[in-house]
Design a protein around this ligand. Structure first.
Ligand SMILES: [Zn+2]
Length: 129
């Protein structure tokens, strides 16, 4: 599964390499909502994204205020919902914006880590997801 994700968080793109904490295996549809432990429902998630996502499946699009579903790494195309703007991830759809906001993907910690990743040529992710 880590290979499928190219060893990166499938929400924020953070590389597992260089991170002390082992990334979580996220149930995209939470087990509490009937999500099964099958490859098509699992995603690699960094601790930050995993803890913020928890059992959530929806969030508010900060631009429209409407509640939309979160990004689904197995069913959605990452590039259709997100774009890198230097160290910041930009949502280009309601789903992208809501996911970034809910998971706090542009936290100061993420921006600092992306700065280091850039120096190591690991940011932006190439051929991401
Ligand atoms: Zn993440």
């Amino acid at each position: 599964m880590a290979r499928r994700a190219k060893n990166r968080c499938e929400y924020c793109g953070l590389s597992q390499i260089g991170q002390a904490a082992t990334f979580h295996v996220d149930h995209v549809l939470p087990q509490s909502a009937g999500g099964e432990t099958l490859m098509e429902n699992l995603a690699l998630a960094c601790i930050h994204c995993s803890l913020r996502k928890g059992a959530r499946v929806q969030a508010r699009d900060p631009q429209t205020g409407r509640s939309v579903r979160l990004f689904h790494p197995r069913e959605d195309s990452w590039n259709q919902h997100f774009r890198w703007m230097a160290f910041r991830l930009k949502g280009i759809t309601a789903i992208g914006r809501a996911t970034i906001d809910a998971l706090s993907v542009n936290s100061s910690e993420h921006l600092i880590i992306r700065g280091f990743e850039k120096k190591l040529r690991r940011h932006p992710p190439t051929g991401h997801l």
